[in-house]
Design a protein around this ligand. Structure first.
Ligand SMILES: *Cc1c(COP(=O)(O)O)cnc(C)c1O
Length: 247
């Protein structure tokens, strides 16, 4: 029985590595097809809800950039991975940010994709340890206009960037969005809007270069529309086995 469980787990991990390789190759291919340098698109492997063994397998296959959404879950996994000798991981925080979790995010992550409140930005800057580089920030934008969605409103993006650009321990690198599910032309229009908003901030003198857009279901379109970071979970790791962690 135990033997079967172990074989099952090994089989799953092999699949993770195969899927990872395929996604890496497809992202590069899509970038080239869009006339872009594949090196300009970073694959963030979103491992929320996935076991440490799956992250370790992806790491052993060369993946170094991982995304997590829940602070407590991330902390436990980071510690377990360190014990297994998994090092030099670039951690991206992609989940909702609660005020009382900012210190752990500032200490444990290298990038944040989901910033949409000035108070949170201030806390992250204050709490970012001196010995670590600046915390890199994507500002999350609500491009679909849905009430339920997080994110800064498109008209407010420039003002928001202006306010947080002064914070000493943050480096605002770009914009992020999660469009609603929908047909290609709708989703691509959201991605295009994000790219336009970034161009607007550049004109205003902010050196934003990043576009974090595209998940398992829509990253092909995002790469064609200029994504610099695609955040892919399910297409690499399969369905998330664990329940969403509550914090
Ligand atoms: C979970 C998550 C992803 C990955 O989603 P998949 O559909 O599994 O690829 C990407 N971005 C954010 C913000 C997420 O929360």
């Amino acid at each position: 029985m135990l033997y079967l469980i172990i074989m099952q787990e090994l089989g799953d991990l092999e699949t993770v590595v195969e899927r990872l390789r395929r996604v890496q190759a497809e992202v590069a291919e899509r970038a080239r097809a869009a006339g872009r340098d594949p090196a300009g698109v970073t694959l963030v492997a979103v491992s929320k809800g996935q076991p440490v063994s799956a992250i370790e397998a992806a790491w052993k296959a060369g993946q170094r950039v991982f995304g997590e959404s829940y602070v407590q879950e991330a902390k436990e996994k980071q510690e377990a991975l360190a014990e297994r000798g998994v090092r030099e991981v670039e951690w991206h925080f992609v989940g909702p940010i609660q005020r009382n979790k900012t210190r752990a995010i500032a200490e444990r992550f290298d990038w944040v994709h989901s910033l949409d409140r000035v108070v949170v930005a201030k806390r992250l800057s204050e709490q970012r340890p001196e010995e670590r580089g600046k915390l890199r920030i994507f500002v999350e934008v609500n491009t679909s206009g849905e009430q339920s969605k997080r994110g800064v409103h498109p008209e407010e993006v420039l003002g928001f960037v202006r306010e947080i650009a002064e914070l000493p321990r943050l480096e605002v690198v770009g914009l992020m969005t999660i469009p609603e599910e929908g047909p290609e032309e709708v989703v691509r229009a959201r991605f295009r809007l994000l790219a336009e908003l970034r161009a607007w901030t550049v004109q205003a003198g902010f050196g934003l270069w990043g576009l974090s857009m595209g998940m398992s279901g829509d990253w092909h379109w995002a790469v064609a529309e200029g994504a610099t970071h695609v955040r892919i979970g399910t297409a690499i790791f399969g369905e998330r086995p664990r329940q969403r962690t509550r914090e």
